[in-house]
Write a protein that binds this ligand. Structure first.
Ligand code: PLP
Length: 363
């Protein structure tokens, strides 16, 4: 096996990623602005962007100037939109890298505008996070007329929790756009869940899918293929007797286990919460070993995780799947998130850089 596969690693199926992009583009029937911020949700922005190039997206969405610079250094030439607001003192750096900022106030627009470089107007329709409040768009008419944006966008706060809120925010977006001196060429609003929820052609010019590309759907019918697997090798095995405990705090076994349950066999994996295998999975997570589910035993530690493998014959060196497919079974990102009462977004983005990323080629 490759050196990268001697401890713990992340496998990214770029073929599945590309098919997910094609699937969501076919549903929305407008060009994509894939969001590859936060190192493409932990999958590796450069590898992901290179795979997505074949789908001819309009451009890419990132969270920081540094993320945009990394893509430029890797030769990505398409438009890059920095979705998070940036300070005016960093405008020169953004311009040098050919990045488009998301601007949401008159002073920022007046500072950026004279460069003549493209920018997008960020319109806040209820999230109260970033952008000009929709009610105030009329107040920036003059500066927008002087320096017209290439695009304008908003972001939905509760696509899955409150469907009515989507219509409210869409109405506010339309009201705000009506206050602009001219319609920007590129309007966009929908993230993955909103695209899935709309279930048809987007009413706008671009869509901004993120998590769907990485294999996390919303159960709205546009099932994405799984993209990410996390695997680790067993580094030690031990038999433990009735009365023994596992890991910090001695929380395993749960009180009240039966004498006939003993002895138990415990496998140690060389990955822990410092790799992004979250502490919340202690005593709650499940992994796959030779196609069978085995439970996490005890607290997750910084660098190691223990599993109860009593029921599955195995040896040191065997591969355990923490997320992903193994034999006939499969743990999705959502499954693992559910075990730990976590958000799938956090699970993905917190996979630490200490885990090497192995890429399966796009097909
Ligand atoms: C992250 C982000 C997206 C993508 O959201 P997903 O839920 O991952 O599809 C879209 N738009 C903006 C402004 C974002 O910040």
């Amino acid at each position: 096996m490759m050196r990268a596969m001697t401890r713990a690693w992340v496998e990214v199926d770029l073929g599945a990623l590309k098919r997910n992009a094609e699937k969501i583009a076919a549903a929305a029937r407008v060009p994509l602005l894939p969001t590859i911020k936060a190192d493409a949700y932990g999958m590796g922005a450069v590898g992901v962007a290179r795979a997505l190039e074949a789908t001819e997206p309009w451009g890419y969405g990132v969270g920081t100037i540094e993320e945009g610079e990394e893509l430029r250094a890797a030769g990505i030439a398409r438009p890059i939109l920095v979705l998070t607001p940036i300070l005016a003192e960093t405008f020169a750096a953004a311009q040098a890298a050919g990045l488009r900022p998301a601007l949401g106030d008159a002073a920022a627009i007046a500072a950026w505008g004279p460069s003549g470089a493209p920018w997008h107007l960020s319109i806040d329709t209820g999230m109260n996070r970033a952008g000009i409040p929709w009610r105030d768009v009329g107040r920036i008419r003059d500066v927008v007329a002087r320096f017209p944006p290439e695009g304008a966008f908003t972001h939905y706060h509760s696509v899955l929790k409150d469907r009515a809120s989507v219509a409210v925010q869409t109405g506010r977006f339309r009201d705000a756009l009506a206050q602009l001196p001219a319609r920007p060429a590129l309007l966009h609003a929908e993230s993955s869940a909103a695209i899935e929820h709309a279930g048809g052609r987007s009413p706008w010019d671009l869509v901004r899918p993120g998590v769907f590309l990485y294999g996390v759907g919303t159960a709205e019918g546009l099932d994405p293929e799984p993209v990410v697997s996390v695997r680790a090798r067993i580094v030690e095995l031990r038999a433990i007797q009735d009365g023994d405990t596992v890991s910090y705090g001695a929380t395993w076994p749960a009180p009240g286990s039966h004498p006939e349950d003993w002895p138990r066999r415990i496998a140690t994996l060389p990955l822990g919460y410092a790799d992004g295998y979250r502490r919340a999975l202690g005593n709650r997570g499940w992994a796959l070993l030779h196609g069978r589910r085995v439970p996490v035993a005890g607290a997750i530690t910084m660098d190691m995780t223990m599993l109860d493998v009593t029921d599955v014959p195995c040896d040191v060196g065997d591969v355990v799947t923490l997320f992903g497919r193994d034999g006939g079974d499969w743990l999705t990102v959502q499954d693992v998130a559910r075990f730990g009462h976590l958000s799938p977004y956090e699970l993905l983005t917190e996979l630490h850089s200490r885990l090497p990323r192995l890429y399966g080629e796009p097909q």
